[in-house]
Design a protein around this ligand. Structure first.
Ligand code: ATP
Ligand code: MG
Length: 396
């Protein structure tokens, strides 16, 4: 069957009371953006608390591609390919449409168990919903002899919505859930080339947040390939989150200064604190109101509760760590599902792994760290300014 329209369902947006229209409008915009490459084929709009994607062209050749794209739009709970017919108050006419729909989708002699579910919003149609469902069930059994009703566990659920027009559908393709990107502000993701931070960015974008990203590299200690890997990861995350502005910071001089002047067992924690400070400066410039990292308690020495708390002290902005309670395996599962895993495991070095101590502190004391950082006093401001001013921006 060639469908002409999709009905897009959204779950949580329905709970937003007076702000609901903002969420719906954002979702319509995101869907339009997603389908932009098919210019002129689709018309996306909302009507009576529903979002529709209509087309007056045959789009069967791009159908699968369209579904794949819609499955990445946060805020979508179900994608339903529908047959849309003009409103009629005549039951017979409705029944004919349903019979034709079943024949088109399932063939002339289908053998499924089914249930009909009717929703009547337009009360000009006088029969009650349950009566319509029962009658339609009866008509289907009559016409298709090898079908059977099963109200508890049917193979096919046939949905009929009587509105200003009539929607008929039997397929609900699950969307990603979440909230439309752009409805929850903007945040800065510390994006490394690892497995965790892309997943963290995905999870926060799923809650409607626009993502900027910042990557610290240390040329010539880290290579162009390592940088390209992070750009590639940002591009993969952007297929879910929409465009990501990626800020690339040259961290070499700061790392060398830390390496030269500070105790080596505190290197990672001090480096991490300067990363956060710089991330915060760029975040504020970009109107980002939070930072995001891929940290999870206890994963490595710099992610013990004591280390995390020590890193946190340098920031005024809230730092969100959506993976904080996740095991590595759980993070890997998400990374595989969203398509970042294969790129994340490419073996290019990260700046944090170049200058590491053999035995990093796991319970840093803030006092000690402050004392160590004091040794950087005469150089660090200038180095930070230089790092910030020479940042490179790439739209991914
Ligand atoms: P990931 O897999 O995200 O790299 P990880 O397990 O390797 O995480 P760390 O290297 O300790 O953990 O990094 C913790 C977090 O710090 C990362 O999730 C990321 O948010 C941030 N981070 C680490 N290195 C960088 C970097 N070079 N540039 C930007 N952010 C970084
Ligand atoms: Mg890492």
């Amino acid at each position: 069957m060639n469908y002409e329209s999709f009905l897009i369902k959204y779950a949580e947006i329905g709970l937003k009371g007076k702000n609901r229209y903002k969420f719906e409008d954002a979702l319509v915009s995101r869907i339009r953006e997603t389908l932009k490459e098919f210019e002129g084929v689709f018309n996306v709009y909302k009507e009576q608390e529903r979002i529709y994607i209509d087309s007056n062209k045959d789009f069967s050749d791009i159908y699968d591609k369209v579904i794949e794209k819609l499955k990445r739009v946060f805020g979508v709970s179900d994608i339903c390919p529908i047959k849309k017919v003009a409103f009629t108050s005549d039951y017979r006419e409705l029944s004919n449409h349903i019979i034709e729909f079943v024949k088109n989708v399932y063939g002339d002699d289908p053998t499924f168990t089914f249930k009909v579910k009717t929703r009547r919003v337009n009360k000009i149609f006088e029969m009650h919903s349950d009566d319509v469902s029962a009658e339609l069930g009866h008509d289907i059994l009559e016409r298709f002899k090898n079908t059977k009703v099963d109200v508890h566990n049917p193979e096919v659920r046939l949905f009929v919505e009587i509105r200003n027009h009539i929607n008929i559908y039997s397929e609900k393709i699950p969307g990603p859930g979440g909230l439309p990107v752009g409805t929850s502000g903007k945040a800065m993701l510390l994006l490394s080339g690892g497995i965790d931070s892309p997943v963290a960015g995905y999870m926060i974008a799923k809650r409607g947040v626009v993502i900027n990203a910042i990557y610290f590299h240390a040329p010539p200690y880290t290579s162009d390939r390592a940088k390209q890997k992070v750009i590639d990861l940002a591009k993969i995350v952007s297929k879910w989150s929409g465009r990501i502005k990626l800020h690339i910071i040259n961290f070499t001089d700061i790392q060398l200064a830390i390496y030269e002047k500070c105790p080596h067992d505190e290197l990672t924690i001090i480096m991490r604190r300067y990363m956060m400070k710089i991330a915060e400066i760029i975040a504020e410039r970009e109107n980002c109101i939070a930072l995001i990292t891929g940290e999870s308690i206890g994963q490595v020495a710099s992610q013990t509760l004591e280390s995390l708390s020590c890193t946190n002290q340098v920031c005024k902005l809230p730092v969100f760590r959506p993976l904080i309670g996740f095991d590595k395996e759980e993070i890997v599962d998400i990374a595989k599902r969203i398509g970042t895993f294969e790129t994340s495991i490419l073996p290019y070095e990260d700046c944090c792994t170049i200058f590491v101590a053999k035995h990093p502190v796991t319970k840093p004391s803030l006092n000690h760290i402050h004392k160590s950082e004091d040794k950087l006093n005469d150089v660090i401001d200038e180095l930070m300014n230089k790092a910030v001013d020479s940042q490179e921006e790439i739209i991914c």
